[in-house]
Design a protein around this ligand. Structure first.
Ligand code: COA
Length: 259
């Protein structure tokens, strides 16, 4: 896969590195399109079982949506920017069947934090700084931040972070549940890969059903419990379920076919 703004390593645990170091990996339209393409390709490759997203360099994960690109937009263009971004990338990541982990290796601001929040979970390095500073620019988070931040840390804390346009440290993010782990920057990618390897040992089909069921609880008009029942039932028709239960009864490790 050849891209201009991202680097993709296609392995069982794949990595996508956002690579616009001169712009602190800010998300422009082209980067969003490349991320969508890379995630689509990796998701279709059945040998890829988990994906890690990280920023290039040691300063930023993603310092936000590219401000230069939208500074002159009209109301209509602004709404389109948010709608396209949410549809094309942020919702797509959240609903991806393959596990996606954000390795937050520095500034994760605005669209950068929104992208990290769309991932299935987050790990941060000690130097990471996170926030949604959009109101300091006269705008609000538009890539799902007003919804996913309260889901992750609660409404009061989310509103404080959004209204103050402040930044929090990795330790604070850990304390309030925005990230699951904090490790040194040198250890971050290895730590994320080791965690991903634990995921790859399990049934990818079951994991994709679990992601769908968990997400269903956060969607308007969707009954999460009903989705869980349906997804639970679907698992019984899979080869992974046959292998997982047979392996347990035969007292051996499961070797999941992934179907
Ligand atoms: N969009 C576009 N360009 C960005 C950017 C963004 N979100 N964030 C950083 N950049 C660019 C800067 O314009 C600068 O480019 P230049 O060298 O061509 O002038 C380059 O990246 C380096 O950033 P700089 O601001 O010089 O680094 P810093 O160390 O002084 O500050 C930050 C780092 C993250 C605090 C600062 O870049 C910042 O506040 N960025 C915007 C964060 C934001 O509001 N994001 C939400 C957008 S909705």
């Amino acid at each position: 896969m050849n891209f201009e703004h991202i680097i993709v390593e296609q392995n069982e645990v794949a990595t996508i590195t956002i690579h616009r170091p001169k712009k602190l990996n800010a998300l422009n339209k082209a980067t969003i399109a490349e991320l969508r393409q890379a995630l689509t390709d990796l998701n279709e490759d059945t040998t890829v079982k988990a994906i890690i997203i990280i920023g290039s360099g040691d300063k930023a994960f993603i310092a936000g949506a590219d401000i230069a690109e939208f500074a002159h937009f009209s109301e209509k263009e602004g709404a389109q920017l948010a709608a396209n971004g949410q549809h094309l990338l942020f919702d797509f990541i959240e609903e991806l069947e393959t596990s996606v982990i954000a390795a937050v290796n520095g500034f994760a601001l605005g669209g950068g934090l929104e992208l990290a929040m769309a991932c299935h979970f987050r790990i941060a390095s000690t130097n990471a700084k996170m926030g949604l500073p959009e109101v300091s620019l006269g705008v609000i988070p538009g890539y799902g931040g007003t919804q996913r931040l309260p889901q992750l840390i609660g409404k009061g804390r989310a509103l404080e972070l959004i209204m103050t346009a402040g930044m929090i440290t990795a330790d604070e993010a850990l304390r309030i549940g925005l990230v699951n782990h904090v490790v040194s920057q040198e250890a971050l990618l290895e730590f994320a890969k080791n965690l991903a390897k634990k995921i790859t040992k399990n049934s990818t089909v079951a994991i994709s059903h679990a992601i769908k069921a968990v997400n269903a609880g956060f969607k308007d008009g969707t009954n999460g419990y009903a989705t869980e029942i349906e997804a639970f039932g679907s698992c019984f028709g899979t080869n992974d379920f046959k292998e997982g239960t047979t392996a347990f009864l035969e007292k051996r490790k499961a070797d999941f076919p992934g179907s």
